[in-house]
Design a protein around this ligand. Structure first.
Ligand code: HCA
Ligand code: CU
Length: 380
């Protein structure tokens, strides 16, 4: 199935608040919500109003901001929570309940028939209130699939807008997620959401597989922040879609990704990892002479993402022993120095020998280039 329509449910203000270092004041939440809205995500998911008195106020405040994104809050599956959520004035409510034996035995203690009844009651109530309603099962992958299917079919018949598959512990593989979502797609009418944790590094691939299998909504957070090591990161997910077909993400304001990543990194007091998708400091750097030559001729040779589409620039690293004369020429051009091919080749050899003895800097290379240009002038 080809990917066509999909929406991002941006959960930095819900799952992201569950990140160990996260504490967002209302001013900060407003800043994050405004930025995400400007980026163009379709939904913002907020912490449950039952979490704390301030969380309830924050929900009401953000619901009133008049953003383009639809505002969702996230609650446990019971009537009291659902009522509190509706009272906040949100556009939709994401309801979740644990169905795995782990959570049934060690968390809420309900049986599958009890969950089925509760799910129908809560979904019917939310639909009667005219809010967009999603029902999901926590730890879907370690739940009995027949149980999940039975519950989803029942809420689908009630007219629920969406059901969710949650890989709560990050155990799923792309094939597994594909199979689960494809089977749901064959059996129910409503939209399908995927929420994937990244404990074993599959969160982006799993979100992508879910879309290929017919999911319509993907949960993300900025930099992937969430419980433990988090969920599908917004930037990485966008990179994945762009790599398939950049028109899939043309609805988003891509240059804002840097601002989003930097803002969150600052607020939760972490560094953006060097190898982060799009915004890691090494994301658009090229080093080996062979790579540098090809990239300078045509960036697509070694770049699947074009930095300019994200408001970023590529960097060709020249000060090292893997360098080549093409890279040195590009640096000379940047400095406005005219050196002939023989000189450039000689300089490349010189730089390699120098760099064999230890780390060198761009200034060292520049000095050599200026000296060579000076010698050339004198010779003329
Ligand atoms: C949680 C669990 C959850 C819910 C996901 C969802 C998960 O922290 O409440 O409702 O889509 O990973 O299962 O984040
Ligand atoms: Cu989660």
């Amino acid at each position: 199935m080809s990917i066509e329509n999909f929406s991002i449910i941006e959960s930095t203000l819900r799952e992201g608040e569950q990140f160990v270092n996260a504490f967002f004041s209302i001013e900060e939440k407003i800043r994050i919500a405004t930025l995400l809205d400007a980026f163009g995500v379709e939904y913002l998911e907020l912490t449950s109003p039952l979490a704390s008195p301030q969380s309830a106020k924050d929900c009401t405040t953000i619901a009133k901001m008049g953003l383009n994104a639809r505002i969702l809050t996230h609650t446990r599956c019971n009537l009291e929570d659902a009522k509190r959520a509706v009272d906040c004035g949100v556009d939709g409510v994401d309801v979740v309940i644990g169905t795995s034996s782990y959570l049934r035995d060690f968390s809420h203690g309900l049986s599958i028939p009890q969950i089925l009844e509760l799910a129908q009651e809560v979904v019917a109530y939310l639909l009667s209130q005219g809010v967009e309603t999603r029902f999901s099962t926590e730890d879907s992958l370690r739940s009995n699939f027949e149980d999940i299917l039975q519950i989803y079919k029942a809420v689908d018949q009630l007219g629920v807008h969406r059901v969710g598959v949650a890989d709560t512990v990050g155990v799923g593989t792309p094939h597994q997620i594909y199979d689960i979502v494809a089977t749901l797609r064959q059996n129910i009418q409503c939209d399908i959401e995927f929420h994937g944790h990244n404990d074993s590094g599959c969160a982006i691939a799993n979100a992508y597989a879910a879309l290929e299998a017919g999911a319509t909504h993907i949960d993300t957070s900025i930099l992937g922040i969430g419980e433990r090591n988090g969920i599908t990161p917004l930037g990485g997910f966008v990179a994945r879609l762009y790599a398939t077909d950049r028109s899939l993400v043309k609805k988003y304001n891509l240059p804002l990704i840097r601002n989003l990543d930097q803002t969150i990194a600052h607020l939760v007091q972490v560094e953006i990892p060097f190898n982060n998708y799009i915004t890691g400091f090494a994301s658009f750097t090229h080093k080996a002479g062979i790579h540098a030559k090809a990239v300078l001729n045509n960036p697509s040779t070694y770049e699947i993402l074009s930095p300019e589409d994200f408001g970023l620039t590529r960097y060709v690293h020249v000060a090292h022993r893997l360098t080549g004369w093409n890279a040195i020429k590009s640096r000379a051009d940047q400095l406005g120095l005219e050196l002939d091919k023989a000189q450039l080749r000689q300089l490349a050899e010189q730089i390699k020998i120098l760099a064999d003895n230890g780390r060198i800097t761009l200034e060292d290379v520049d000095d050599l280039l200026y000296e060579a240009a000076e010698r050339q002038k004198i010779a003329i």
